[in-house]
Design a protein. Structure first.
Length: 82
C-alpha cells in the first residue's frame, strides 16, 4: 500500500471494528479494563503501538518510530474511552 494511504487505511480499519457488535463489546471491555488496571493499560498501549508501528515504521527515522507509534495509539484509544 502506498505510504500516503497507510494512515487513512489504518484509522478506517480501527474505526470499522466498532461497527461490529461483538468486536465493539470486546474492545469496550478492554478499554474499560485499561482505565482501571495499570497492567491492562500497558498491554493495550503495547498492542495499539505495535499495530501502528507496522503501518508507519518503514517511512520514519529509527529515532522517531516508537514515539510516533505511541502518538497514533493514544489518538485511537483516547476517543474510544469517552
Amino acid at each position: 500500500m502506498p505510504l500516503e494511504e497507510r494512515g487513512r487505511a489504518f484509522v478506517a480499519t480501527a474505526l470499522c471494528m466498532w461497527d461490529y457488535p461483538a468486536k465493539a463489546e470486546i474492545l469496550g471491555s478492554i478499554i474499560h479494563a485499561a482505565s482501571c488496571e495499570l497492567f491492562a493499560l500497558e498491554r493495550l498501549r503495547e498492542v495499539f503501538s505495535s499495530l501502528a508501528l507496522q503501518a508507519v515504521s518503514a517511512s520514519l527515522p529509527d529515532d522517531e518510530v516508537g514515539r510516533r507509534a505511541d502518538l497514533v495509539a493514544t489518538q485511537l484509544v483516547g476517543p474510544a474511552m469517552t
